[in-house]
Design a protein around this ligand. Structure first.
Ligand code: ARG
Length: 467
């Protein structure tokens, strides 16, 4: 039996019927649907609609439905269920008879889908936060292992200054901490319960909304029934955070793709996460990185789909809202399957420290340090910059580095140069010079790793308290 057939004299067009069903994708929400129904039941009993024995039958029936669905996907094979709400009602009636139809008293699918989706997003947020934690832990471990190894940092994709490999890894740690904070913040706005909002104007029975919200683990009930039944900000906000996260992962992927080329040679791709070519026997292709880069495009598509469905929607429920489900599921599932692979890759990849170190030592990456040396000796920085620039020009002619020029040669550019300049031009000295909070001086980086570990522990404690 349909949930609404009474006023209809004719059956639906078969193609339309099939086309408008959401059960093929909203069956993902079965656990959430059952959980929400399990708190609606007791509220109905309090409101005098279900007797204690009817409530018992309803709750047992719902439990069985959840168990059967978990045990066998075949249980979900149903091409007449319109959506997950209809499916559960049908199964409940099959199991406990017409009492099952009482469960829909005083409620609407509009509040149910809003509730199910919020529960889905809460769970996805918790999983994503845990997975981000694993990735941060892997990056911090790699940063620790990298010790004093240096590499070039790039601006405009041109070698700029040396940094510790650890410092470079910590840049991604920062992005991920921001993403996880955004998820934690978004969670607060998701964690409100629409149950009892009815179709549009509020439940038609005196339901204990606060009690239902609490039993489902929500912070509180939502405040306005029109808003609550049509609000999908929570989904959009969540996908927006995933989009930002996916952009970070795409940047990570792109950098490592470059580093894996023979031209850079900074890393050796882990075989476990690479594939070969069917044509060129020598190939090892970085598929994980490429797919990670590509997934950002896909999640951006999901985000745009949500934006465009929601734009201009009048209050209150409109069936357009059904179109928010698939992009939401796609974005969540795409990210939740990607993050653990990125972590696995990060643990396996080999860094070619020697090659990175060599690159950090060539191309006059110590030129700014040389200019700073002159500035410390009273030369106005702009002039010091010019003098060192001239020295670099000589290096380019001679195919050498600044430290390979003789003191005499250096003094042609600036008499302030003394013997001690050579010590200042080593990679170690250049790194040590960047001794500010957030800089690459080894002591600062050691502190940053310790601080990262501390923040990770704190973040995991909060996340566990939610889960
Ligand atoms: N499958 C529907 C959705 O996702 C559930 C709500 C249906 N409500 C309605 N008034 N037809 O939006």
């Amino acid at each position: 039996m349909k949930m609404w057939s009474g006023r209809f004299g004719q059956p639906l067009d078969a193609d339309f019927e099939r086309w408008q069903r959401s059960f093929p994708f909203d069956q993902r929400l079965l656990a959430q649907e059952v959980a929400a129904s399990r708190v609606h039941g007791p509220a109905l009993q309090k409101a005098g609609i279900l007797s204690p024995s009817e409530l018992k039958a309803v709750v047992e029936g719902l439990t069985q439905i959840a168990e059967k669905a978990a045990a066998s996907p075949a249980f979900l094979a149903d091409d007449s269920a319109e959506d997950v709400h209809h499916f559960v009602e049908k199964k409940l009636v099959e199991l406990i008879g017409e009492t099952g139809y009482k469960l829909h008293s005083g409620r609407s699918r509009n509040e149910q889908i809003a509730t199910d989706l919020r529960l889905y997003v809460l769970h996805a947020i918790d999983q994503a936060r845990e997975q981000i934690g694993e990735l941060i832990a892997a990056l911090l471990a790699r940063a620790e292992q990298a010790g004093s190894a240096a590499m070039p940092a790039y601006t405009h994709l041109q070698r700029a200054e040396p940094v510790l490999v650890a410092h470079w890894l910590l840049a991604y740690v920062e992005m991920l901490f921001r993403d996880q904070e955004r998820l934690a913040d978004c969670r607060k706005r998701v964690n409100l319960c629409p149950l009892g909002s009815g179709a549009v104007a509020g439940a038609t029975l005196a339901l204990d909304r606060r009690g239902m919200a609490e039993q489902l683990g929500f912070d509180a009930p939502t405040n306005n029934s029109l808003d609550a039944t049509t609000d999908r900000d929570f989904a959009l906000e969540f996908v927006q955070v995933l989009l930002l996260l996916s952009l970070h992962l795409s940047r990570w992927a792109e950098e490592l793709l470059l580093f894996s080329t023979q031209e850079y040679g900074f890393i050796t791709l882990p075989e476990k996460y690479s594939t070969g070519s069917s044509a060129m026997p020598q190939k090892k292709n970085p598929d994980l990185l490429e797919l990670a880069r590509g997934k950002a495009g896909r999640i951006a598509g999901d985000f745009n789909a949500l934006v465009l469905v929601l734009k201009g929607l009048p209050l209150a429920y409109n069936k357009d809202l059904q179109e928010t489900q698939e992009p939401l599921f796609d974005a969540a599932e795409t990210m939740l399957s990607l993050l653990p692979l990125v972590t696995g890759w990060m643990k396996e990849v080999d860094f070619n420290y020697t090659r990175m170190q060599e690159a950090a030592q060539s191309g006059s990456l110590n030129a700014w340090t040389a200019a700073t040396y002159l500035a410390e000796r009273g030369v106005p920085f702009r002039l010091a910059h010019e003098k060192v620039g001239n020295a670099v020009r000589l290096c380019l002619e001679k195919h050498c580095e600044l430290q390979e020029l003789s003191l005499e040669e250096l003094r042609q550019f600036s008499p302030e140069f003394e013997q001690d300049i050579y010590a200042r031009l080593s990679v170690e000295s250049v790194l040590a010079l960047h001794d500010v909070h957030g800089g690459t001086a080894p002591a600062r980086v050691r502190q940053a790793i310790a601080e990262g570990n501390r923040r990770l522990t704190a973040m995991r404690e909060v996340a566990h308290a939610h889960a």
